[in-house]
Design a protein around this ligand. Sequence first.
Ligand SMILES: [Cu+2]
Length: 648
Amino acid sequence: MPRVRRPVLLALAALIGGALGAGAHPLDALTADEINAAVALLRAEARVDAATRFSLIDLDEPDKAATLACRPGQRLARRAFVVARRERADYEGVVDLAARRVERWERIPDVQSSILIEEWDLAQAVVKADAAWQAAMAKRGYAGSALAALFCAPLSAGPVVDPTEAGRRLLRVVCFDPAGNPVNLWGRPIEGVTATVDLDARTVIRVTDTGVLPVAGAEPPPAQPASKPAARAKPAARDLAVRDGEIRGAGWAFRFRMDRRVGPIVSLVRRRIGGRERMVLYRGSIAEMFVPYMDPDPNWSFRSYLDVGEYGFGLLSSSLRPGIDCPADAMFFDAVLPDDRGRPVIGRALVCLFARATGAPLWRHAEVSTGAYQGRSAVELVLRTIPSVGNYDYIVDWVFTEAGELRIDVGATGIDEVKAVASRTMADPTAAADTAHGPLVAPNLVAVNHDHFLSLRLDVDIDGAANTLMRQRLSPQRDPRNGGGRGVWTVVEAPVAAEGPLATGDHGAADVWRIVNPTLTNPLGQHPGYELRLGHAATSLLAPDDLLQRRAGFTGAPLWVTAYDPRELYAAGPYPNQSSADAGLPVYAARQRPVESADLVLWCTLGFHHLPRPEDWPRLPTVWHSVALVPYGFSVGGGPANGKSGAP
Ligand SMILES: [Cu+2]
């Protein structure tokens, strides 16, 4: 987690309040003025002081029904949700900005709020000043200026089960010799030494030293040179337009705001069909990310990052470069986010938006019999952010297609997390043991096997809140005709009645999930709906009682459904930093609330096992994975008339 972005502090909040046009819509992000006001009101009531640090100051979303009923020009009361840390205790609360009062403020016991940026620097300084750690480094030939030049990464502590660590605010620190390379700080690990830091006490409580291993050689120069960012071109016109914070194009209309914890939150996602706008998704966002490493070595066994709740995808979103990160003609958006001290900070070009020609037909047919041809090229809208979470960069795309598909594409790139080993090649006698948990990617370097599980919280509202999730199971049947010599599969459909994790059936991917509005019918007499395609839905292979798995139970299923609850936003719970017990989805879903013809929320686990390749080193070529919502009976014949075309 190095290289802290030092964005521009907003001395003149008014400067951007208008520039971003924010605050006009109930779901717009807090403006700089509103962030300042929230902190000032907490200060006035002595709930916080100058030493208090803030891990979240975000819009406390207004009531869903009130938001949907809100007409242009109308204002709803604005509230800020705040998480703060003061005198070694964590607090959360809500500030009513219109009434100028603190509505709720309470201590949250037995949790650790997310890691603050200033704690990264603190942990590094504390470790470098520690005598036991210095002695461990001296054994490895690092002292004086060589020691000072090391990069020490503040890793989230993982599950805290050791009684001597209970209740302490921790980071675990491992160090690297960057050898002057400012882009890859991770390529030369000083293996075998982990320092555990108590951030409140500002001290190292333990140095684990499992023995000296060689430090890898210098990184080879890239096979292809890095490209230079292009000048920004004029934004492609097409039908893409942004007005008053609303984005329109490719038959879609939606809004978004940036959030320090989860990154972009898209909302009020509607499809324009037959001159009407119809709701598809009320709110969508990332709800957590879990990355457990598959190495039991004491320097690795704790590595089980919950990147969203421990660090923050919005906080770590990086400035996007035109011509590389996004097309040169994309629109780029700045965003205002609070820093650790609760001051509004402007992040430049954290989000980009563009229309993309896919280079393939949206549909086409060439008729051999008549020589006739028809086709249409495909264009889709992409809303992109790229959080850089330590060594990894995640390209997160919300993609809106002209065919009515809403896709979430996630591209993993950056730098693999590597471990130093004795082996230089697979011919070495140590190689079998050294590569038990990952392949050799360079002499003396193993890229450790791991998983990525990204939870997406999708508050789908197909033509309104009353929705039902249908499971379509493919059932093989024998048929007596044809002499009994062949069979078919048929589709057996059943509604999901109650909350819970949803396992795939005996035929794995043969289950099809469809979310419908059972109160409406299209001209064919079907319920309008969307099919959910869980393209990449690997689940965790860890046992349910595994120390790592217990903090991320959501990864046990590719799909979960819960009843709508605006307070349930995070798949591993609101406070996953240092957690060691079930929270989030397994707890929410255990209530078994009914979800048939109800306002429900889908939680997709976009998961993949990462078995690194030698070619993933030292630069990981982007690996893409997707989840998609695809219309089913939604757009046929223009859909239900006026939103009420008769009973089912
Ligand atoms: Cu990976």
